[in-house]
Design a protein around this ligand. Sequence first.
Ligand code: NAD
Length: 251
Amino acid sequence: MFLEGKHALVTGSTSGIGLAIARALHAEGAQIVLNGFGDESEIAHLCEELGATHSGADLTKVEEIEAMMAGAGGIDILVNNAGTQHVAPVEDFPVDKWDLIIALNLSSAFHTARLAVPHMKARGWGRIITTASAHSLAASPFKSAYVAAKHGIAGLTKTLALELAEHGITANCISPGYVWTPLVENQIPDTMKARGMSREEVIDKVLLAKQPTKKFVQPEDVGAMAVFLCRNEAQNVNGANWSIDGGWTAE
Ligand code: NAD
């Protein structure tokens, strides 16, 4: 329970990867603040399971991020994980979807970091962990906003790493390939449309085709990596972008 006494905020943790990270940090004793949308009774159940509090802040809105951070108090472990996807050819890409993805997948991490860092500096210890993506390192067609935001958040994380290194604070990305979560499930219909494929073809020829292991990444794999990044042994892991993608970006 090496994280006892540490406070962790995991954005987008009512589902998928963020929930797995929250569970993994909680298992090591961290006090968790959950964030994200969802069914109220399910969220209440998660709070009970994890002894956590929950903020329903919409992270596309700066004032809601500011209220969430003020309510959370000092955060020692900040996990910037919330994100969404939209798949469309660039000439048809809805402008509101571009704005949403840049706000949620990129700008929200700047806002949470700028508000979390003063406490981390005062404590002389902190961890900033970003769920980036294989798409922070490589592109795919029809995902212009997502790829731009993920490359951007990888750059932001490297900047934080350099700026905060002497304060006992590290900043790193974890970059999964395809993880079977609602985010992946929801992009299948639009990918079918954009590529003229069936559901099975999208799974085999688009999703798993990218991953040499031919296996989806498990949310728990990402949780385990996040826990490692919080350990003292990881104090010199800083500014890194750790792939968990079955070899996708090794090509
Ligand atoms: P998910 O859809 O299961 O979870 C997304 C979470 O973000 C949910 O808790 C949701 O409520 C929350 N959220 C959505 N909009 C929000 C908003 N405006 N404000 C606050 N919270 C909001 O998705 P996931 O697959 O677990 O994705 C989590 C992160 O992992 C994302 O950043 C995603 O880009 C990244 N990622 C996912 C995969 C994958 O294959 N699933 C691969 C690489 C990276």
